[in-house]
Design a protein around this ligand. Structure first.
Ligand SMILES: C[S@@+](CC[C@H](N)C(=O)[O-])C[C@H]1O[C@@H](n2cnc3c(N)ncnc32)[C@H](O)[C@@H]1O
Length: 449
């Protein structure tokens, strides 16, 4: 290993050091995920940083979680005695600094210097600031060899990787894990004239009618945002609502609706939508989104598992979308912290909740009406197995298989049973940023007449 390119000096922790606030916020965000008490995005909600620092903090925290497996393996190798106990934010400081050194276009010297300052500023971590300095210098000096020794699947937790290998085969599991290492494109659903908006925004029109952009800047600054011409929605997340077909003039219930991607789709398609969610805070975001888009829905705060549904359900609906709460393992491309904050136990718990929700659908869908059930999970218990069991025990619903035309002909997204099953490895493209889609499951069922 060559000599580290750093002079020996002792940085101090000052409040106005350029770039320090962004690093401190990234450390807080990553520590929140590692402590199992917070989603990564929550750390940025009320952060009072300048836009540039906020964007940098987000980028550092995002890549730290996206490559957490690689960085963790590497730190294990370099810390002969393991991560020191009772060292406060030391682990998050090391991870975020290593992420900058290995994966971001940030001078290594700045990443090390600011990490050491953050360690020194914390009562529990300060005793380890020398260790932090030494480890990070080693990473900087040997990055190529260190990275070459770590397999690509290291960035997917082993329990999840094993599940995916069992469910989809090892080649597909490897392709999914590889897709999740890449910061994905921005996908938009547009109200009208998708081709025109793709051209205007310098993006690409996908066969599913979403518009895909290689953009990682401020979304609000893009043309058409303020005018409410489009909303952000992964290409896969836009598919379940399309399975309802032409909904113009129909009464549609969107259950578990917030923040409203699917509500906006059905409202824009001319349906009279009732959007139900139990979270008032998330519904607030749904209402703001609809307002910007100049779309309307009846917005109802309610628990769909509560005994009394009469407050919002005067009569059954022509169609219902149930976008059930789930393990969200299909969204790891966009929310890499999900990979490290879930466990196998979570899957059983949400599968049980989904089963109970499905059990209530018969009273909500008119005879002859459609039910679309979906989850952004890659786990069969929340998708294929859930619906197979539901249909097995149901005298009310029959499967209406998904057809290639329903989903713009994307290859490999329909199972032999007729379910929609998208994977992060679908929609391949020579440019990895423009490839892929979230993992979604959807089933379309018709209530028997
Ligand atoms: C996957 S998210 C929905 C995403 C949304 N459909 C969209 O397209 O933007 C799941 C939602 O289910 C809601 N939820 C969870 N349990 C619920 C319940 N028992 N009743 C109503 N909503 C619930 C959560 O508050 C959360 O907003």
């Amino acid at each position: 290993m060559s000599k580290p390119p750093f002079p020996a000096r002792r940085p101090s922790a000052g409040p106005n050091v350029p770039g320090l606030a962004a690093r401190a916020l990234a450390v807080k965000a990553v520590a929140g995920v590692l402590g199992q008490d917070q989603a990564l995005e929550d750390a940025f909600d009320d952060a009072s940083l300048e836009a540039r620092d906020l964007a940098l903090a987000r980028m550092i925290a995002g890549v730290s979680m996206r490559r957490y497996g690689t960085i963790g393996t590497l730190l294990e190798k370099l810390l002969a005695k393991g991560m020191p106990r009772k060292s406060g934010p030391l682990e998050a400081i090391l991870i975020t600094a290593a992420a900058q050194i290995l994966f971001l276009d940030v001078p290594d010297r700045a990443a090390v210097d600011l990490a050491v300052r953050l360690a020194r500023a914390d009562d529990r971590a300060q005793a380890f600031s020398g260790l932090a300095n030494a480890v990070l210098r080693k990473i900087s000096a040997g990055k190529e060899e260190l990275l070459a020794a770590i397999p690509p699947e290291a960035d997917t937790p082993s329990w999840l990787y094993k599940r995916w290998s069992d469910q989809y085969g090892t080649a597909t599991a490897a392709a999914m894990a590889a897709a999740q290492r890449v910061e994905p494109s921005l996908d938009l659903t547009v109200k009208a004239d998708a081709a025109g908006w793709a051209e205007r925004l310098g993006g690409r029109l996908l066969p599913t009618s979403s518009v895909r952009l290689a953009h990682n800047g401020t979304i609000r600054a893009l043309e058409g945002f303020e005018a409410g011409q489009w909303w952000v929605q992964d290409a896969a997340a836009a598919l379940p609502a399309r399975l309802l077909g032409d909904v113009a003039g129909l009464r549609v219930a969107d259950l578990c609706a917030a923040p409203g991607g699917k509500t906006a789709q059905v409202a824009a398609a001319g349906a009279k939508v009732t959007a139900v969610d139990r979270s008032a805070a998330r519904l607030q975001r749904l209402s703001e989104n609809l307002k910007r888009l100049d779309l309307e829905a009846d917005v109802v705060t309610a628990d769909i598992l509560a005994n009394d549904l009469q407050a919002w359900k005067a009569e059954p609906f022509d169609a219902v979308i149930l976008d059930a709460p789930c393990s969200a393992t299909g969204t790891i491309r966009r929310h890499p912290d999900v990979a490290w904050s879930k466990s196998a136990r979570d899957i059983g718990a949400v599968a049980d909740l989904q089963r109970r929700m499905l059990g209530r659908m018969a009273s909500l869908v008119k005879p002859g009406g459609l039910l679309v059930y979906c989850t952004c999970s890659l786990e069969r218990e929340e998708g294929e197995e859930q619906i197979a069991r539901f249909l097995d025990g149901s005298k009310d619903f029959a499967l209406e298989p998904v057809l290639s035309d329903d989903i713009g002909g994307i290859e490999g997204a329909i199972t032999p049973e007729g379910f929609l099953r998208t994977l992060p490895s679908l929609l391949p493209d020579p440019d990895p940023v423009m490839a892929g889609m979230d993992g979604f499951f959807a089933a379309r069922m018709r209530r028997k007449g």
